[in-house]
Structure formats: structure tokens, C-alpha cells
Design a protein around this ligand. Structure first.
Ligand code: ADP
Ligand code: GLC
Length: 490
């Protein structure tokens, strides 16, 4: 089974969020199950600078069997290897589109690159062309796409299929329905898709072009990254305007929970932690907590209940609730250790909180992998109060590091954290704190429950150890994907 994995981010080369972690974790697990996996991604400098070419460049075709072709600058793909990475990678070279450092989607001013429609049309086109034998030595059976950046691939594949050509099957994984790749109507004529592909049964979304809709419409199967999110996106509340189409195609939709790369996220073997620890040697965690307190300017108090956050600061993450509960958190003897970047108003509110509560609220605005491991390893509780969360990874990392997740009951958070209720303690399943309403009151009530449990250090340790023993490994997820692939290409 040959699988072409199409994505825009790959840890450790280029990462803006969990998507990059998934690209690093899933392909090797698929390969371990016998899939022959290759990836295709844009030659962003962070990726291309680690690549060694293994083949000659192949130019993307500028013509299609149905007439019009995508309007693109000269572009080619080259098969290569990335240092320290085993999966072969096709890099899509189009210097005018991709030779830009920093965030792959945003310019230095923090807004979308104005040519994103063209940039990511190129990625979809490259994937579809590989499906038609652009590399004659390797033609995929399955094209597996991830998020809107790759979402035109299934549309191009369908256009080839309409011509009676044999094509791979397509699987599209939604990591976040809120980011859709919406562009003005004028974009459509430059995509090189058949005219009939615009319209209610095509890419049209209220007069605009929606890449996400293209994938939902034309993929053979749709997946998302947790069973709960797969149900939630069928509702008007969480469907981001695409719930109608998703309900129509619900028989093709499934939720497959993400995994964790325990090579990278293992407190017993984590080079980014100042001291290793595991479930038997929790003392090491106290040393990490101390290092965290020092690093973020918190008072070094072993007894303080430290709440950690590692997150993009966007409306999705529910962190606008945080400033409203900080006074109580601090009064109860707690501390906040936060690493994140994003929304300017929230960054400012957090900076002000750090000034208002010196030594009790420590924040680091920015993106930093080492600090992320220190926060997730050194905190007692990891806060993820998301408004919506397709899967969420930091609660899974927290579980492995003995850092109890405190989460809102939504999406993948609901699927992975079991609330510390009396019944769940008795059933030996409790792993964290779960609350329902997206409100400061509900978050506050959950924080108070964390403080209360922390008084009972024996039960706290039991819950910690239970979470640390859980396995959310990639092999389990990969098996579900493999079953899906085999059902499509028996
Ligand atoms: P999302 O993909 O929605 O941002 P996830 O929980 O799936 O959320 O994944 C977030 C990933 O990004 C995790 O690996 C987390 O550790 C990392 N991360 C988020 N913010 C930062 C940051 N400021 N610095 C370092 N890593 C971060
Ligand atoms: C998205 C989601 C997040 C998920 C990640 C990886 O960025 O917001 O919940 O964990 O993708 O699938």
C-alpha cells in the first residue's frame, strides 16, 4: 500500500502547532504497519535546508486533460531525504511561493500571505500530479491530505477521475475546521479546475472559494482527530458553516484519535528537561518544577500548585477566561506558568497579570520548544479550557509527565481526560479535571477542585501515576488509518 502523505508542517523542521507533531508521528507508524509512505510538502526554508536530493526534479505539468490548468510559477518536485528523518519526502520547489522564512501561512506583519490561494493550490496540484505518475517509479494508492492547505488535492484527483483516468483514493483529515482557506471568487479561474467545480456542489461557499469545502466535497473518506470532534462538527454550533455538507457525507466521516510520540515526550528520557523522572521516581519532577519556577520568575515554593499552559493564544483555546480567575488562583496559593503567543490583547492582559502578581504569575510570550517541555514537565496541572479542540496534544503530554490535565469537556479533551469524580476515583479511572461551560465560573470551580485534591497527596499521586501509565501511542491510530486505506484499496 503506497501512501502519499500531504502536509505543510513537519516537526522538528517547521511547526506552528499540533499538525507538525502529527506529521512527525503518524507516517513512521504507518510505515511500521507495512505502508510504503512518502510525504510531499512545500520547500519552505526550514525544511529545504535539511534536505538532500535523491532524484532529479520533475516539473509540475502546465496542462490538464480537461483544458485549463492551474496558474502557477515554474514549480517542480524533488525526491529527497531530510536529516534524521526516515520517510522519503518530495519537496515542492517554487521559490517565488515558498522561499520565505518564518510562519508558513503568515507574513511578518502577522496577516495571511496575499498569495496563499496560489501557494496551497500548488501543493494540492503537486499531490494530485504525483497520483497521476509524475514520479513514474512511485505512484501512490492513497493520497492522505491534512487541513485546508492540502485540500485542493482531492478536487484535482476527482477532475482526473472525471476524465476516466485511474487515480489514487483520497483521504482528508480535518485537524481544525475553523481554518478553511476562504478566498475571493476571482481565485477560482486561476485554479485550473473544471468550471462545473464552482457552485453549491463544488468549491463555492457563499460566493467565495473554500478549499476546505473542496476536500469535504471530493474526498473519498474524511477523518478528524477525535471521535467527539467528529460528532461535534456535524452540529451547527461547531460545524463552522460546513455542518450541512458534513452531515450529507457523515457516512464517510470518522474520528481517529491522535497519538503521542513517546520518543519525544517521555519524562524519563527527555533531553529538554533539567532532570529525568518517571512514575516510580517522582522526586525528579520536583526538580523540574523548581527549574520552571526559576525560569519563569515564579517564587520557588515546592508547595505551590503550579498551573501550566503551553498554547497558541487564540479564541479557540478559551484562555480569555484565565485573567478572570487569576486572583483566586493566586489567593489559593497557586501559580501560573504560561508559554504562548498569538492574540495581542490576550498577550497584553497576561503581561499585566504578571506585573500584578509578581512571583505568582510567570509568562513567556513566544514559541520555544525547551520551555514547552519544562512547563509541561514542571507544572502540577496543565490547563486546556478550550472553546473547541479537535484533539489537543498538551493534555496528552501532561498525562505522561504526571501533570494533571484540567480541561473543558469538548472534542479530544473529552475523549482523553477522565474527571476526578468520586465515582471515577472508585473505578480507578480518574486522570484529571473536566468542566463543561465555557465560563470563568466553571473554570474557577474546576480550579478549586484541583486545589482540594492537591491537599490529599496520596490520591494526587495515584491519579498522576495512572495518567503516566496511559498509552496514546501512534500505532493504535495508525491501525485505524490502515484499515481505512485497505477498505478503499482492497
Ligand atoms: P494546536 O495544534 O491547536 O495548536 P495542539 O495541542 O494539538 O494544539 O498542539 C500544540 C503543539 O504546539 C504542542 O506540541 C505544543 O507543545 C506546541 N506549542 C504550542 N504553543 C507553543 C509555544 N508557544 N512554544 C512551544 N510549543 C508550543
Ligand atoms: C489542530 C487542532 C488540535 C489538534 C491538532 C493536531 O491544530 O487545533 O486540537 O490536536 O490539530 O491534530
Amino acid at each position: 500500500m503506497k501512501v502519499l502523505y500531504v502536509c505543510s508542517e513537519l516537526y522538528p523542521f517547521l511547526k506552528t502547532g499540533g499538525l507538525a507533531d502529527v506529521s512527525a508521528g503518524l507516517p513512521p507508524a504507518l510505515a511500521a504497519l507495512g505502508c510504503e509512505v512518502r510525504m510531499v510538502l512545500p520547500a519552505f526554508p526550514g525544511v529545504a535546508s535539511h534536505a538532500t536530493a535523491r532524484g532529479a526534479p520533475a516539473a509540475l505539468p502546465c496542462a490538464t486533460p480537461w483544458g485549463q490548468a492551474p496558474e502557477l510559477p515554474p514549480a517542480n518536485i524533488t525526491l529527497g531525504e531530510l536529516s534524521g528523518w526516515h520517510t522519503p519526502v518530495y519537496l515542492l520547489h517554487a521559490p517565488t511561493l515558498f522561499d520565505r522564512t518564518g510562519n508558513p501561512y503568515l507574513g511578518p506583519d502577522g496577516t495571511d500571505w496575499s498569495d496563499n490561494a496560489q501557494r496551497f493550490a500548488a501543493l494540492g496540484w503537486a499531490a494530485a500530479c504525483l497520483g497521476q505518475g509524475l514520479d513514474a517509479h512511485w505512484v501512490p494508492d492513497i493520497i492522505h491530505c491534512h487541513d485546508w492547505h492540502t485540500a485542493l488535492a482531492p478536487a484535482y484527483v476527482q477532475a482526473f477521475r472525471d476524465q476516466g483516468l485511474r487515480t489514487p483514493a483520497t483521504v482528508f483529515s480535518i485537524h481544525n475546521l475553523a481554518y478553511q482557506g476562504l478566498f475571493p471568487y476571482e481565485t477560482f479561474s486561476k485554479l485550473g479546475l473544471p468550471d462545473t467545480y464552482f457552485g453549491i456542489h463544488g468549491l463555492e461557499y457563499f460566493g467565495q472559494v473554500s478549499y476546505m469545502k473542496a476536500a469535504l466535497q471530493f474526498s473519498d473518506r474524511i477523518t478528524t482527530v477525535s471521535p467527539s470532534y467528529a460528532r461535534e462538527i456535524l452540529t451547527e454550533e461547531q460545524g463552522c458553516g460546513l455542518d450541512g455538507l458534513l452531515r450529507e457525507r457523515a457516512h464517510l466521516l470518522s474520528g481517529i484519535l491522535n497519538g503521542v510520540d513517546y520518543q519525544l515526550w517521555d519524562p524519563a528520557n527527555d533531553p529538554l528537561l533539567p532532570k529525568p523522572f518517571d512514575a516510580k521516581r517522582l522526586a525528579g519532577k520536583s526538580a523540574v518544577k523548581k527549574a520552571l519556577q526559576k525560569k519563569l520568575g515564579l517564587a520557588v515554593r515546592p508547595d505551590a500548585l503550579v498551573f501550566g499552559v503551553v498554547s497558541r493564544l487564540t479564541a479557540q483555546k478559551g484562555l480569555h477566561l484565565l485573567p478572570q480567575v487569576l486572583e483566586s488562583l493566586v489567593q489559593n496559593g497557586g501559580q501560573l506558568a504560561l508559554l504562548g503567543e498569538g492574540d495581542a490583547a490576550l498577550e497584553q492582559a497576561l503581561r499585566e497579570a504578571a506585573i500584578q502578581y509578581p512571583g505568582q504569575v510567570g509568562i513567556r510570550i513566544g514559541y520555544d520548544e525547551t520551555t514547552a517541555h519544562t512547563v509541561l514537565g514542571g507544572s502540577d496541572v496543565v490547563l486546556v479550557p478550550s472553546a473547541f479542540e479537535p484533539c489537543g496534544l498538551t493534555q496528552l503530554y501532561g498525562l505522561r509527565y504526571g501533570t494533571l490535565p484540567l480541561v473543558r469537556r469538548v472534542g479530544g479533551l473529552a475523549d482523553t481526560v477522565v474527571d476526578c469524580t468520586t465515582a471515577n476515583h472508585a473505578a480507578k479511572t480518574a486522570t484529571g479535571f473536566v468542566f463543561d461551560a465555557l465560563s470563568a465560573e466553571a473554570l474557577h470551580a474546576a480550579l478549586l477542585r484541583a486545589f482540594a485534591l492537591h491537599q490529599d497527596s496520596k490520591t494526587w499521586k495515584t491519579v498522576q501515576r495512572r495518567g503516566m501509565a496511559l498509552q496514546f501511542d501512534w500505532m493504535a491510530s495508525a491501525r485505524h488509518y490502515c484499515d481505512l486505506f485497505h477498505a478503499l484499496r482492497p
